[in-house]
Design a protein. Structure first.
Length: 365
């Protein structure tokens, strides 16, 4: 089909539509060959149950002394990565569209399984807005996970820890939140304040509790490690509490840390920021799938390779995107979508390979 199409003569909108049509047709063809794929609700529910069971089983095996911590952490993180993909699809109503209670239940279970994120019910608004304005100033979802920041130790810390992402750049995030809210065009001051409160409490209750325990755990380990060097002994109650928290850390917090870092490192660097055209899918993402990123892709379900497909064909579930990735990549490459643009790390995720004219003018002004 694409052999007779000259991408050089097409606008970005035409290229996007062509990619979308090819990807959707590949999905139709796949479903015709495998009719069981029509049972999308059942597939989503099964993946959720299996993933939760896998996380629980991994933790139980560690607690019983049957597997070491270094096996429990990655195994649990892999199951949690499936749940992240489910949450993303649930936000787009790909499962239980006609049963909101089931959709909400799965979102709640997913948050309980990986509480290092904002509430999925708040994220739904953020993510749908992200698709409208991906890469622009009001794209709070990607800004929240460090997209557009200069690379260095600070960004590295913020990539692994969402709360650090707020605490280490309060002015930037305050501005990003207000820009996002203004883009919602609130009809009144009361509605503006309501949206502001929603963002201020976006981690409540699970995310806030998770990060309180996580940071307290780190601080207590620092105290217990440093006090002997000062000729002191750590509090007995702290030592006893740490024994319990260490178990919780292995079965829950460290897998969350690993999964969070991997998905946010990949996502924040495959999305472009700052100099993209609004609603232009050709400028929103690249395909980021070099072999040396496979250790990170393992804990985010190959996100860097398949997420860009989603920006062209929003309603295809994550497992269909993965299944048809070769077909999608072929047409995306022909249409000019970037693959493995490593310069994004130096450019703070800017799309243009050289500064645009307005940016150059601003720098010389």
């Amino acid at each position: 089909m694409s052999k007779n199409i000259n991408a050089n003569r097409m606008s970005d909108a035409q290229k996007s539509e062509h990619i979308r049509s090819v990807v959707l047709q590949a999905g139709i063809d796949l479903r015709q060959r495998h009719t069981w794929l029509a049972h999308q609700d059942a597939i989503g529910a099964t993946i959720m149950v299996v993933s939760l069971a896998g996380m629980i089983a991994s933790g139980w095996l560690y607690i019983e002394g049957l597997i070491p911590w270094w096996l429990c952490v990655p195994v649990t993180a892999i199951f949690a990565s499936f749940i992240h993909e489910l949450e993303h699809d649930l936000i787009h109503q790909m499962y239980f569209r006609t049963k909101p209670w089931a959709n909400s239940l799965m979102l709640a279970l997913g948050w309980l399984a990986r509480a290092s994120t904002v509430s999925p019910f708040v994220r739904r608004k953020l993510h749908l807005h992200h698709h409208k304005v991906s890469g622009t100033e009001s794209d709070l979802e990607e800004r929240g996970i460090t997209n557009g920041e200069t690379w260095g130790l600070r960004r590295l810390l913020m990539t692994a820890d969402n709360m650090m992402g707020v605490m280490l750049r309060p002015v930037t995030m305050r501005k990003a939140v207000r820009t996002y809210i203004k883009a919602q065009q609130p009809a009144s001051k009361e509605e503006f304040v309501k949206l502001l409160r929603e963002q201020a409490s976006s981690f409540l209750p699970l995310g806030t509790l998770y990060y309180f325990v996580f940071h307290a755990w780190i601080v207590m380990h620092v105290v217990m490690w440093s006090t002997p060097m000062l000729g002191l002994s750590g509090p007995q109650w702290m030592a006893e509490l740490l024994q319990k928290l260490d178990v919780f850390g292995v079965v829950y917090m460290l897998p969350s840390l690993l999964r969070t870092f991997c998905i946010q490192f990949i996502s924040s660097n495959m999305h472009y920021y700052g100099d993209v055209e609004a609603r232009n899918a050709m400028q929103q993402c690249q395909v980021l799938n070099p072999w040396w990123l496979m250790p990170l892709q393992l804990f985010c379900f190959n996100f860097g390779s398949t997420h860009a497909i989603h920006h062209f064909a929003v309603k295809e579930p994550f497992y269909i995107r993965q299944w048809n990735a070769r077909i999608a990549h072929d047409v995306m490459r022909k249409m000019g979508v970037r693959f493995n643009d490593f310069g994004t790390f130096k450019r703070a995720n800017r799309f243009h390979l050289t500064p645009t004219a307005p940016t150059q003018h601003a720098r010389t002004a």
